[in-house]
Write a protein that binds this ligand. Structure first.
Ligand SMILES: NC(=O)c1ccc[n+]([C@@H]2O[C@H](COP(=O)([O-])OP(=O)(O)OC[C@H]3O[C@@H](n4cnc5c(N)ncnc54)[C@H](OP(=O)(O)O)[C@@H]3O)[C@@H](O)[C@H]2O)c1
Length: 274
């Protein structure tokens, strides 16, 4: 017997990531799009497939999250909501999805630690899977794994993340997550070598509790890029990942839509489900 397709709602369906996700779902045999959410009144009622550029899908864009989640929760199969919206609304979106028994796959970055903990509690109590994925790119996971390896041998490390200038949060969720992964063994990085003075505040970037510096660059023309630079006397070890097309995120997004159905709690990071 063939498995019924997974019903999926896309929140932020008209955005850059949302449109790419709509196309990827439309091309996936084991998924069916059951809802598309956005805010812009000019887009409401339009066929989301036409807006995404993959032809009509007979799913209108709506600005009614509660109604869309309520309908999705009535599907025969457990439904999933993919969220690529804005840091200001992602927490409420995820809570609403869990409340309706719809599994959230959260791509929107900018959730605070308190919000993440609260969502984890809420998902646990509801026994609902929830994935929070700061970066869906498999190449980024590989870069992070290489960085964790290198952190055993280098005491000095700085992260530079570079993104398009429409990005609302800084530093990027990926940069924060990379720093967290490096800090997991309890090592304190970047022991001071001189008394530093910042002549312009922020010149040395932000600093995590473990001493890792993160620098954020925002420019038109960039998509999403990150360098992790390790330094030691006489050598530099630089890891770099570049995203040149948002399609690169889609294998990770589709994988998470399938995986979240197997979970009963919140899981953070693509590396946990690869
Ligand atoms: N995890 C990853 O791998 C990954 C990769 C890339 C980006 N991201 C993150 O994903 C998020 C979206 O990125 P994007 O580049 O697709 O952004 P975008 O192009 O600006 O799209 C945002 C979408 O969310 C909707 N939206 C914006 N503000 C909203 C609000 N306050 N309430 C409800 N809907 C709202 C927009 O609808 P209207 O246009 O109708 O307002 C639009 O559909 C960002 O947080 C970004 O950092 C994550």
């Amino acid at each position: 017997m063939t498995q019924a397709p997974i019903p999926v709602v896309v929140n932020g369906a008209t955005g850059k990531m949302g449109r790419e996700t709509i196309k990827a779902i439309a091309a996936s045999k084991d998924m069916t799009l059951v809802g598309a959410l956005a805010r812009n009144p000019d887009r409401i009622g339009q066929d989301v497939g036409e807006v995404a550029g993959c032809g009509p899908l007979e799913v209108p864009i709506l600005n009614d999250m509660q109604g869309t989640l309520a309908l999705a929760s009535q599907e025969k199969q457990p439904a999933v909501m993919v969220d690529f919206t804005h840091p200001d609304v992602v927490y409420e979106n995820a809570r609403a999805a869990i409340a309706y028994g719809v599994r959230p796959v959260i791509g929107t970055t900018g959730l605070s630690v308190e919000q993440l903990n609260d969502l984890a509690d809420f998902a646990d109590k509801a026994s609902i899977g929830c994935l929070v994925i700061p970066n869906f790119s498999i190449g980024v996971v590989l870069m992070q794994q290489a960085a964790v390896q290198a952190s055993r041998y280098f005491d000095h490390v700085e992260i530079i993340e570079l993104h398009h200038n429409q990005k609302a949060d800084a530093p990027s969720g990926t940069a924060i997550q990379t720093a967290q992964l490096l800090a997991e063994f309890g090592k304190a990085f970047n022991p001071p070598t001189v008394d530093e003075t910042e002549k312009l505040p922020g010149a040395r970037g932000s600093q995590t509790e473990d001493g890792i510096r993160i620098h954020s660059v925002r420019l038109p023309g960039l998509i999403a890029h990150q360098e992790v630079i390790f330094g030691a006397p006489g050598q530099l070890y630089t890891l770099r990942h570049d995203t040149s097309d948002r399609a690169s995120y889609m294998p990770g997004v589709l994988l998470c839509i399938r995986k979240v159905l197997e979970l009963k709690s919140l899981v953070y990071g693509l590396e946990k489900v690869l």
